[in-house]
Each structure stands twice: as structure tokens, then as C-alpha cells.
Ligand binder design. Structure first.
Ligand SMILES: C[S@@+](CC[C@H](N)C(=O)[O-])C[C@H]1O[C@@H](n2cnc3c(N)ncnc32)[C@H](O)[C@@H]1O
Length: 273
């Protein structure tokens, strides 16, 4: 009974947020959504979802916080070493054939993923002719991504991930650190446009040779996943490449037949035409 009431309240909350602010979470997977809403309640100290709803509706300043807390933002530099190794070995040689390269990182969270790509592209000499577009639903995570500042304590982990992913340089050349923070070099930041884009409701905004949408659609229901796959397919140039998260696949999506694997093990695909 309590569970039913909570489900009803969550439904009303999502309806209210969609109608008042245009952020539509109604097609997100219910189980993880429920966990996130409970986390927001604890964090913001509300006893019920209805109280949270009232606060959000009457205080627009709460919205960015709510959006950030509702989305799972877990990320990291060079997350999944094999994936970045494959970008280096298989993707870069193909991208070299283009005079100018556009890359879209959809659901970029606090930026670690796109900065990893920028580092790799720099080492492979492709950075000067590449423009990265890193987008996310949440303005708050984008703000962190734009700054490119991370706790200095996380740099050890990032360095290890960089080496595991085939990095051969001294990783410390990519940031300037004080006792608390490490700031990534501006030459990396300058190649990236950070912008808000909602995969639920926004449209194609450019044509890309490479799209990464990793660990974002796992939180969506099937219908929304299909919408996003269609959006990505239409955003890719002919023979453009797509990278998904390690727990995701192109199989069983409406566009499965339109892609060939670059390396199925690390979920990298290429548009057939
Ligand atoms: C788990 S993180 C993945 C980060 C990164 N791609 C990675 O794999 O390390 C998921 C990100 O997707 C974003 N996201 C969730 N729903 C979205 C939507 N509708 N449009 C754009 N981004 C969304 C979240 O804000 C969050 O930053």
C-alpha cells in the first residue's frame, strides 16, 4: 500500500516537472528512478514525494539541483580501458581520412569522458582538426565539466586508467595541480563545446563522424531508447561510428541492421552506409 502511494506520488511529480519545466523523466526505468527520488528526499530532507513536488513547483531555483540529483552521474577518465584502446587502434585511423572531425559525447556528465578523448586525439595528432560537442541534460554537471577541475586525489586513479588504456606519455603534463585540485590544460578545453541537450526532447544539431552515448540509455525504457538510437543514427555521417557502454548493445534496436561492429567486445559500431 505504502509502495503504491509512493509510485503514485512519483508519477504525479514527474508529470508536474514535465508540464511546468519541460524536463520529461516519465520514460526513465522506474526502479532506478525510484531509488534516485528516494535519494533526493533524503538529501533535501523531505518526508514525502508530495512535499518535494510542492517545493519544486514553487521554487524554480530547486530545479537544477533536482535534475542533477535525479540523473546518475557516475563517470571517470578512460573508463573501460579496452574501449579507449580500440578508439586508438581502430577509430583514429579511420578518422584520419577526414579533413575535419566532429565528435558528439551525449550524456557527458562532469566531462571526464570527453577530456579523455581529447587527450587521446592530441597524442594521435588529431586534436587541431577535431571539434568535440559534449552535451548533457543537467546544467549543474555541465558547469563542472566546463571548468575541467577535479580533486587532485582522483588523478592517481585517472593516471592508472590512462596507462591501462594504452597511454604512453607522462599524464601529469595534461593538468596543473595545487594541493587540492587539478585543472586540465586549456588546450584540451578549447577543443570542446559544452552545451545542454536533452535526449528526450531535443533534435539532431549537427553531423558527426563519431558519437559516444555510454551508460546513458541503460536508465531509459525501451521506447525512449529507440528514440535516442534513431536520433543518433540521424546524427551520424555515413560510415560514422558509435560507442556505447559495456552493458549496452545495438542488438534488438530498430537500427541494429544499419550498423556493423568495429569491435563488438567494447561496443563500438560503424554505420554501414
Ligand atoms: C552515468 S552518466 C554517464 C557518463 C559518461 N557517458 C560515462 O559513461 O562515463 C549518465 C549521464 O547521462 C545524463 N543524462 C540522463 N538523461 C539524459 C537526457 N535525457 N539527455 C541528456 N543527458 C542525459 C546524466 O545527466 C548523466 O550525466
Amino acid at each position: 500500500m505504502e509502495g503504491d502511494l509512493e509510485a503514485l506520488e512519483i508519477e504525479l511529480l514527474l508529470e508536474a516537472v514535465a508540464r511546468r519545466y519541460g524536463y520529461d523523466f516519465r520514460s526513465y526505468a522506474p526502479a532506478s528512478l525510484r531509488r534516485r527520488v528516494r535519494a533526493v528526499l533524503r538529501h533535501e530532507r523531505f518526508r514525502t514525494v508530495s512535499r518535494l513536488q510542492e517545493a519544486i513547483l514553487h521554487d524554480p531555483a530547486m530545479l537544477p539541483r533536482f535534475v542533477a540529483q535525479l540523473s546518475v552521474g557516475v563517470t571517470g577518465m578512460f573508463r573501460d580501458a579496452g574501449f579507449y584502446q580500440c578508439i586508438r587502434d581502430e577509430v583514429i585511423p579511420r578518422l584520419r581520412t577526414y579533413p575535419f572531425v566532429r565528435v558528439w559525447v551525449a550524456g557527458c556528465s562532469s566531462g571526464e569522458e570527453v577530456y579523455s578523448l581529447a587527450i587521446l586525439f592530441q597524442e594521435e595528432g588529431l586534436l587541431p582538426r577535431t571539434r568535440f560537442y559534449a552535451t548533457d541534460l543537467s546544467e549543474m554537471v555541465l558547469e563542472r565539466a566546463r571548468k575541467g577541475v577535479y580533486p587532485v586525489t582522483s588523478m592517481r586513479e585517472h593516471t592508472e586508467a590512462y596507462i591501462a588504456a594504452g597511454g604512453r606519455e607522462d599524464f601529469s603534463q595534461y593538468y596543473v595541480a595545487d594541493h587540492r585540485n587539478a585543472k586540465l590544460k586549456s588546450s584540451l578545453r578549447q577543443s570542446i563545446v559544452f552545451s545542454q541537450h536533452n535526449l528526450v526532447s531535443d533534435e539532431v544539431f549537427n553531423e558527426f563522424q563519431l558519437v559516444l552515448c555510454r551508460n546513458v540509455m541503460i536508465y531509459f525504457e525501451r521506447e525512449l531508447r529507440e528514440r535516442v538510437h534513431d536520433l543518433i543514427y540521424r546524427s551520424l555521417a555515413p560510415l560514422g561510428m558509435l560507442g556505447l557502454g559495456m552493458r549496452e548493445t545495438i542488438d534488438f534496436t530498430p537500427h541494429a541492421a544499419d550498423y556493423a561492429p568495429v569491435d563488438e567486445r567494447v561496443r563500438l559500431y560503424r554505420r554501414r552506409r
